[in-house]
Design a protein around this ligand. Structure first.
Ligand code: ADE
Length: 281
């Protein structure tokens, strides 16, 4: 898998060369390249943002800088421009419609979306990124992440690339606001890449994890030696050697834990996901 990350702080991503992610890159399983968005600026100040149209606090990232960057990464020739005549729209639907019109004109006709490529911009106002999204994205060949800063990026950027046929997604990593997209991209890159076949030394370690599979429950509690520590003992069943009983104990614990901490996950379970003993709980 090839991953490109664009940010005004590309050095932030040096951390992705450490640990398992670093090893996966050394073994050729994955390549991660961080790019400086300012490479695609042409003014003396290398500015990437401007004041919001309509007023308001902060700055908004400029569409031209992002389109030059994304077009370059996607291999779109210079003479195929992003739509230039799209007027600032009052709402998302208007912006999408305007770009869609532009896409159907000559301006966008020669864009050739690359299959297996997804462009992802983190955004606190987007749908929540889930384990299911990580699984789906781990099957792509190439991911291009763009990190927003300040008050975000011009809304016509996602609208343009989506209208031109690219798989362009925006995700939030949680109901809180960060200073920029860098942390969110690191989170998504780690969640996605650890699912690549061959990434984990022991592939079983991702099978029983929380949020995985049709029976997405929080994971049961784990213990290691010593069996007694500071007055607390490991539950006897886990030391019984009876695998069926251990499995049942763990499943019950996962169900109770999920019901207490994340009742929303229990509500999503289908009746077919529950066995007879589950239903007794
Ligand atoms: N940028 C700022 N906050 C964010 C969040 N919670 N998720 C994704 N991107 C963000």
């Amino acid at each position: 898998m090839d991953i490109d990350i664009v940010s005004v702080f590309p050095e932030y991503f040096d951390v992705l060369n450490l640990s398992l992610l670093g090893k996966a890159q050394e073994h050729g399983l994955l390549s991660i390249q961080a790019h400086d968005l300012r490479t695609w600026t042409h003014d003396v100040h290398h500015s990437v943002d401007d004041t919001p149209i309509g007023g308001g606090a902060g700055m908004v990232m400029k569409p031209e800088v992002w389109s030059q960057c994304l077009d370059a990464l996607l291999g779109i020739p210079d003479d195929v421009q992003t739509p230039k005549r799209v007027a600032p729209a009052d709402n998302d639907a208007e912006a999408a419609a305007a770009v869609s019109d532009a896409a159907s004109t000559q301006q966008c006709q020669t864009l050739d979306p690359a299959p297996g490529t997804t462009i992802i911009f983190p955004n606190p106002s987007a749908p929540l990124f889930t384990q299911q999204d990580a699984q789906e994205l781990s099957r792509q060949h190439r991911l291009i992440f763009g990190c927003g800063r300040y008050e975000g990026y011009d809304a016509r950027i996602p609208a343009h690339y989506a209208a031109a046929g690219y798989d362009f997604r925006e995700y939030s990593i949680g109901d809180y606001v960060l200073n920029g997209g860098e942390v969110a991209v690191s989170v998504m890159v780690e969640a996605i890449t650890r699912l690549l076949p061959g990434f984990m030394g022991n592939p079983d370690s991702i099978v029983e994890e929380s949020y995985t599979g049709s029976q997405a429950l929080l994971e049961y509690k784990q213990y290691t030696r010593p069996a007694e520590w500071r007055g607390q003992t490991v539950p006897d069943i886990l030391r019984s050697g009876d695998h069926a009983k251990v499995d049942r104990f763990r499943r019950d614990e996962a169900l109770v834990r999920t019901a207490n901490i994340r009742p929303d996950l229990i509500e999503q379970l289908r009746i077919a996901d529950l066995d007879k003993a589950d239903r007794k709980l």
